[in-house]
Design a protein around this ligand. Structure first.
Ligand SMILES: Cc1cc2nc3c(=O)[nH]c(=O)nc-3n(C[C@H](O)[C@H](O)[C@H](O)COP(=O)(O)OP(=O)(O)OC[C@H]3O[C@@H](n4cnc5c(N)ncnc54)[C@H](O)[C@@H]3O)c2cc1C
Length: 534
């Protein structure tokens, strides 16, 4: 049952309490409620997704939305000190979380990304091969048909698409066609976007995992407009209670979990809650007036994100036949590419990609403007470039003991010379792509400002932002490791009753948009939790 008033909950004690109804949280809620005896509640700070047009029509992902967390980053040195629009519509404050507002691109990354996570956590259960039962829940060779989440291909054909593939045909040595970049073993090349869309509508964790028939389960309760401020210590090393409120001025409520609290508040929300609960770097917490209860210095550190740059071109004509395009996301094709193995940058840096078959950068093709400001007239196309094997690492920290104050978000975009090098190479590669004959008579002017490396670097630093793919702020590490936040079973290190299941546990961002990995991790995590309480 979905309720927005705490008085409508049947109890203040549940078997499981899930914090955050986003991509991961709703998978956990759905899968755990398959066991009728166990009572669970999801506490979600945001609103319901039902009848919210912006969260239904795929194309509207290009709009900024009023139901966001309204966060801003700290000034980014790598972006000329700018405070980028990292969170303009970042972290959906709505049921489904970011899966209700994201750009719907469904990309798993390469098998090497998953195998690296298995190695970093010391648990082979997180490898590509071991996760196949969960991966194929979505998609029979590499895709299944019985998953709850809808994943499909474009439902509307733009003439623009034909030009992209004509250019791919023409320049296939550098930009090969890839029929399915989600196969795991063959990520590289350009192909049709696979997107979380079913029947022309967005498929999110809310529409898929909290569909009305699931919400009718008597043991599943979802409370919206409930922002969790802290998890509370219930015994010496156990955290099995949560405190929450509608907003800063409302009374705080408390709910306890007989078995576990599962934090699924995302890469910003989860470390934010942990630190306000006294779980984090003890001296940093003391400095802002929070009593440290469990010293875990890695909380909020190791933020790994993709830098994004919207490259644009002005076009000669506008396509008059554009009925039906709202059924697609704004990104019609994506490409996954590597810089050459003999690039000079490898004299300074070891290759940060998960392996030799994993991309360094991504291309995102858009039939229209990618970023503001919108010029008064003219027709445009864009090819976004993103650094998807970044070296830069940032953090989430606090400068206030008020849980309703925003945390300090520092994705440290382009703080590594490797990332700048890759972005520059990516921009040069899209310039070669649009030089194909396929674009003759179509493009009037490039809006990329610069030709020399120094000019391109200035353009990159002034125009880049985040691709909104932060991970790693509550990263998993091997059992017994003195770093990391959660063990490979995703329980918070050194504590009982508290687990994290969301993007924050991924130790390194995959060379992919992050929702697929989050859904896959959440599916396995649900089985780990069920097994622990069988
Ligand atoms: C604008 C944007 C575009 C994106 N585009 C894509 C894309 O095209 N493809 C892709 O694969 N990925 C994309 N992503 C990333 C992807 O959506 C996320 O990686 C994924 O949703 C993360 O899942 P999560 O469960 O960790 O967090 P989320 O899905 O963000 O869920 C966290 C939930 O917790 C809630 N919450 C947070 N704090 C609290 C609290 N204190 N109390 C209660 N509830 C709380 C939030 O409201 C939210 O509902 C995009 C993200 C954004 C923001």
């Amino acid at each position: 049952k979905l309720v927005d008033n705490v008085a409508d909950l049947p109890s203040d004690s549940f078997d499981f309490v899930v914090v955050g109804g986003g991509a991961a949280g709703n998978v956990i809620a759905n899968r755990l409620s398959e066991k009728p005896r166990l009572l669970r509640v999801v506490l979600e700070a945001g609103i319901s997704n039902v009848d919210v047009l912006g969260a239904i029509v795929p194309f509207f992902c290009s709009r900024s939305v009023p139901y966001d967390w309204n966060y801003t980053t700290v000034p980014q040195a790598g972006l000329n000190g700018q405070i980028v629009t990292y969170p303009r519509k970042y972290r959906g404050r709505i049921l489904g979380g970011s899966s209700s507002i994201n750009c719907l691109v469904y990309s798993r990354g390469s098998s090497e990304d998953f195998d690296r996570w298995a190695e970093l956590s010391g648990d082979p259960g997180w490898s590509w091969d071991s996760l196949q039962p969960y991966i194929r829940k979505f998609d029979p060779a590499v895709h299944g048909f019985n998953g709850l989440l809808g994943v499909g291909l474009a439902g509307y054909f733009h003439p623009f698409d034909q030009r992209v593939f004509n250019a791919v045909d023409e320049l296939s040595a550098e930009f090969p066609y890839n029929v399915d970049y989600n196969s795991g073993t063959h990520q590289l090349g350009i192909g049709w976007t696979q997107a979380t869309i079913r029947g022309g509508e967005r498929s999110s964790s809310a529409t898929a995992y909290l569909a009305p028939h699931f919400l009718q389960r008597p043991n599943l309760h979802v409370l919206i407009n409930a922002q969790v401020t802290r998890v509370l210590q219930t015994e010496s090393l156990a955290f099995r209670a949560v405190e929450f409120a509608t907003d800063a001025k409302s009374p705080r409520h408390r709910i306890t979990a007989r078995k576990e609290v599962i934090l699924s508040a995302g890469s910003v929300g989860t470390p934010h809650i942990l630190m306000h609960s006294g779980i984090g770097n003890a001296s940093a917490l003391s400095r802002v007036g929070i009593a440290p209860l469990h010293d875990l210095p890695s909380v909020g550190q190791n933020l790994s994100d993709h830098t994004f740059l919207g490259n644009q071109w002005q076009l000669r004509e506008w396509n008059a036949t554009r009925t039906g395009p709202l059924v697609d996301t704004t990104i019609t094709q994506v490409g996954w590419l590597r810089i050459p193995d003999n690039s000079s940058i490898f004299q300074q840096f070891p290759d940060p990609a998960a392996g030799p078959h994993t991309a360094h950068y991504e291309l995102l093709f858009t039939n229209g403007l990618i970023r503001p400001p919108t010029p008064p007239t003219g027709n445009f196309m864009g090819i976004g470039t993103a650094v998807v094997a970044p070296v830069s690492r940032g953090s989430i920290t606090l400068n206030s003991s008020d849980p309703f104050a925003s945390p300090l978000i520092d994705p440290a975009l382009l703080s590594s010379d490797f990332d700048l090098f890759v972005m520059r190479e990516a921009v040069k590669s899209v310039q070669r792509f649009v030089a194909a004959r396929a674009w003759d008579g179509y493009i009037i002017a490039s809006l990329i400002n610069g030709t020399t490396d120094a000019e391109l670097d200035a353009y990159i630093r002034s125009e880049s932002s985040s691709e909104y793919h932060p991970v790693g702020t509550a990263a998993m590490s091997p059992w017994g490791a003195r770093y990391g936040v959660v063990d490979p079973d995703l329980r918070v290190k050194g504590l009982t009753g508290l687990r994290v299941v969301d993007a924050s546990v991924l130790p390194i961002v995959p060379a992919a948009h992050t929702q697929a990995a989050v859904y896959i991790f959440a599916e396995r995590a649900a089985d780990l939790i069920k097994a622990a309480w069988a």
